[in-house]
Design a protein around this ligand. Structure first.
Ligand code: MSP
Length: 635
């Protein structure tokens, strides 16, 4: 049977226009579907909008529109943005569509008939902002515990789903399916939530209070709770109750991408609803972190909401897609800043990738009539080795949801190709040995072709364009088709414009003002013998750098977050800023002294130290010779 990857995004509320956080999740789904296409899976990609409920009804009322007219207009903003972002979704579901309404009503009826739904009296506090009920104990200072917004005391008759009876089965399922909820920290959060016990779920709203929803098939005075309605989109869109074969095929490979704020609704409400409906659970729930601005949540009232459209116009769609995938470590929050978008664009894309392609093509145009030279299979054997393992490395990292690290691997091949050109100097060799110069450039072209194919899911437009520029026709359909030597000799290579236009970086005044300091000499370190028992006190561990930022006002310092297998990454400050660009460090494995006494450096707390070697060429970080588990002991 064909392997299936069915990926979903949350369906977005249409109370407002989409921002960068929404764009992130949809780009992530798109990138994953494109990678899984390359891995040989049958893929299907669903996104859409969540149109019912109080929030949307309220937004429409404020605009003086009917809810339907409001939704019809707002969904257009999402579709338009997805088009601009080159999103390849197969379907776009709206919860006001008849095909969805029918499935929700059928599911409700089936639960009602099975006795999974009963009428009860609800007493509690209702938070319109998150559309949820809370008990008095759950409130924080009398306000909604999730949004901090106003709550209203309510007592009304409603229908309830017997969610509580599935608690034990759900706990068991989560514990026995290791990769069901990822990352692990989110899984633990759900288990913690379930440990406190589970109540039944109120799944209706009386029409007297809220009209904008799907009518309950067995009581026309009520509409369906917006979350019950919305969650059903994942199955209504793929043919539940209509096309059983199609439904079963796709549902078996379902992966839900969600933000951390909607973890409970997906991991608890949705899973127990499926259990009650007698349907299998999805394969995986992936909870991502948030995009923050200056470490703060984006919000309209703070005026810090990032509109993706302005960035797309300036940097181009693929630079933004690349930035979003490169900067976010799935599961953790990431900080959004235009300065960082600009750095990624200038350093990784314009410098490392763009200049490389340009240099190689320039040489071919100058000396080889702008054609792919024949090349010798022996030339560039080291580079070839590195390129040929790239597909497996990327596949493993993507399946492990480490897109940031997968991109780092692709760029390590790009940088290796740059080094190879610098070391072999084909421009000079050209003067004495044209054939060899051709061999060198051909090897570089092959390596670039590997990198572009593996970068294609993230930057489809640019990569297809650059693949054509280096004489290929397009990207491969399957990674297994990617072979060294696959370029056709004699094909035209050509580039009209630089692949990426560079932008001026903002000047960092604090760095300019600081006087350069002499690097410490190695001889300054006093040598003496240390008894083994003393050495053994040191706890050395392997860790992966998950974030790196400059420390403001300090030329030499970087603030690193290193995952050493603990529940949250360690923050430490390292004096390596003169030798490493922060963006090149993320994803790198290092050795950490884990039990060093914490101290503050330039006001930033440092809990440990990373090991580096130093010589006259500067510093070199110590890295394990193969990828090693985070937290592995160094002995
Ligand atoms: N309509 C519900 C989802 C129903 S799915 C059956 C909803 N909609 S939402 O529009 O409020 O949020 C959609 C997604 O966007 C959520 O996964 C949320 O985490 C994500 N994001 C909203 N702001 C975000 C950031 N700042 N950063 C990253 N993602 C964030 O919830």
């Amino acid at each position: 049977m064909e392997k299936v990857f069915y990926v979903t995004t949350p369906i977005y509320y249409v109370n407002d226009k989409p921002h960068i956080g929404h764009a992130y999740c949809t780009v992530l789904a798109d990138v994953l579907r494109r990678y899984y296409d390359l891995f040989g899976y049958k893929t299907y990609f669903l996104t859409g909008v969540d149109e019912h409920g109080q929030k949307v009804q309220e937004a429409a009322r404020k605009r003086g529109l009917s809810p339907q007219a409001h939704c019809d207009e707002m969904q257009g903003y999402f579709r338009a943005l997805w088009k601009k972002l080159n999103i390849s979704n197969d379907d776009f579901i709206r919860t006001t569509e008849q095909r969805h309404i029918e499935v929700v009503q059928k599911a409700l009826l089936s639960l009602w008939e099975k006795g999974e739904i009963y009428m009860g009296e609800y007493e509690g506090f209702y938070s319109p902002r998150v559309e949820k009920f809370f008990s008095a104990e759950e409130l924080v200072d009398g306000k909604c515990p999730e949004s901090g917004g106003e709550v209203f005391r309510l007592s009304e008759k409603n229908y309830f789903f017997r969610m509580s009876k599935y608690r034990d089965a759900l706990v068991e399922y989560i514990k026995t399916h290791e990769d069901f909820i990822v990352p692990e920290q989110r899984k633990n959060e759900v288990l913690g939530f379930l440990q406190k016990g589970l109540q039944d779920l109120c799944i209706t709203r009386p029409k007297s209070r809220l009209e904008w929803g799907i009518e309950i098939p067995f009581d026309k005075d009520y509409v369906t709770y917006v979350w019950f309605d919305a969650l059903m989109n994942y199955v209504s869109a793929i043919g539940l109750y209509k096309d059983q074969a199609r439904f079963e095929e796709l549902w078996g490979g379902a992966h839900h991408l969600i933000g951390k704020d909607i973890l409970v609704t997906h991991s608890v409400y949705w899973t127990t609803m499926l259990m009650a409906l007698g349907l299998p659970l999805p394969k995986q729930i992936v909870a991502t972190g948030w995009w923050l601005v200056e470490q703060t949540k984006m919000s309209k009232s703070l005026g810090n909401v990032v509109d993706p459209l302005s960035l797309l116009d300036k940097y181009g769609v693929d630079s933004i897609r690349y930035f979003l995938m490169r900067e976010m470590v799935i599961g953790m929050d990431a900080n959004f800043s235009e300065a960082q978008v600009l750095r990624r664009h200038n350093y990784d894309l314009a410098n490392d990738l763009g200049n490389l392609v340009q240099r190689v093509i320039r040489l071919l145009e100058k000396a080889f009539d702008g054609k792919v030279p024949e090349g010798d299979a022996e030339e560039g054997s080291e580079l070839r080795k590195q390129a040929e393992v790239l597909p497996q490395q990327v596949e493993a990292l993507v399946k492990n949801l480490r897109l940031d690290m997968a991109l780092e691997q692709v760029f390590s091949v790009i940088r290796a190709t740059n080094r190879y050109i610098a070391e072999t100097s084909p421009f000079l060799v050209m003067k004495t040995d044209k054939r060899r110069a051709g061999d060198i450039v051909r090897a570089a072209l092959e390596a670039i072709r590997f990198a572009l194919n593996l970068l294609w899911p993230v930057m489809p437009e640019k990569c297809d364009w650059l693949l054509k520029a280096i004489g290929d026709t397009s990207h491969v359909e399957r990674l297994s088709d990617l072979k060294w030597g696959g370029l056709k000799t004699g094909r035209d290579v050509h580039l009209d414009t630089p692949p990426f236009q560079k932008f001026d970086a903002p000047v960092d005044i604090s760095e300019k003002a600081e006087k350069p300091e002499e690097p410490k000499k190695i001889d300054d370190v006093k040598k003496s013998f240390v008894p083994f028992s003393e050495f053994a006190k040191l706890e050395l561990k392997v860790g992966t750098i998950v974030d790196a930022q400059r420390v403001e006002g300090a030329k030499k310092l970087l603030r690193l977050l290193v995952d050493i297998g603990e529940p949250s990454p360690r923050q430490l400050v390292a004096g390596i800023a003169e030798f490493y660009e922060p963006q090149n460090l993320v994803g790198k494995q290092v050795v950490v002294v884990a039990n060093l006494e914490p101290k503050k450096v330039m006001g930033v707390e440092s809990k440990g130290m990373i090991l580096a070697a130093s010589d006259e060429n500067g510093l070199a970080l110590i890295t394990p010779s193969r990828e090693t588990k985070n937290g592995a002991k160094v002995s």
